[in-house]
Write a protein that binds this ligand. Sequence first.
Ligand code: SAH
Length: 355
Amino acid sequence: MTDRERMEKGKALLDLLEERHSLSREEWHFLLENRDGELAGEVCSRAAALRDRIYGKKVFVRGLIEFTNYCRCDCRYCGIRRSNKNASRYRLTPEQIMSCCEAGYDLGFRTFVLQGGEDPYFTDQRMVELIRAIKGEFPDCALTLSIGERPRESYAAFRQAGADRYLLRHETANEEHYRLLHPEEQTLKNRMECLKNLKELGYQTGAGCMVGSPGQTADCLIDDLEYLTRLQPEMVGMGPFIPHHDTPFRDYPSGSVELTLYLLGLVRLLLPSVLLPATTALGTAAEGGRELGVKAGANVVMPNLSPENVREKYLLYDNKIHTGREAAECLEDLKKSMAAIGYEVVVDRGDFIPC
Ligand code: SAH
């Protein structure tokens, strides 16, 4: 096949993807294996145009509160895994969490994301109290949880208490790859069961994976794309893998920024109205990474609202960006850098638009 023919075929597959919102394995393979600057440019511009059509030139902000880095899990890629004895552990009090929300609210944030390790201290009871307190004080805000795997009844109780959204990346939809990334006791089956429960309980649900995690092949990525096609999540979190020096994956290279951007674009074309963050990991892996993410079809950014003194402790990977700047200053910077590429940072709830 000549370069020209490859490009033509690539474009035809993108037409098909935009029309049918699914592709066969073979078609995904072609798109993944023939990525070059030109095809990537095509994916990017189509994805950005589609996002603009649905959401306008808007980027939604979510205030991220990393409220505990205690974790009972031992994911091999993650810096806060329980085996990392060098991690300095912290957990915020309900009062501290409420004051993060207050500060965020005053800055205009209307979505808060409570993210943490799987910390047994935060029992269902404690979570329910926290959710009630936040939703009671900020009824006009959306509340997103990202606290890992729990039984269906717990998710039901959180939903009942007022939680609106839940982020739980599936991490990889390939069984063998899942086993490489996680210890025996964590299973893909359970992860997927959790996601199914979250959807059924009426959460706006976010799945997703890292790009370039150790052992990831094109086939794994196609499994991810096929899983996303089946699940139809309202949100997808996708960022490059970045090694952490105190994990078994310390010597592996970071995931490719270009491949991450390409996949963000493909996910936008696959799930047109998905809420798609330009992740912190993307911003860490490349200067201006989050802006590149928006240009490739992302429409969400999640600035950190955690207190200054704990931010450096929620280290999932090395060199995670924490500028030492206040949330207010970060928001100002973000508004400027997004304005520079033609996007407006908006602070409303930014709910999923079904189409
Ligand atoms: N305990 C919660 C929150 C996990 S942290 C949960 O299990 O859902 C949020 C995400 O950070 C994870 O889902 C993972 O995909 C990502 N992450 C963890 N370690 C990473 C690393 N080394 N590089 C890039 N992303 C990482």
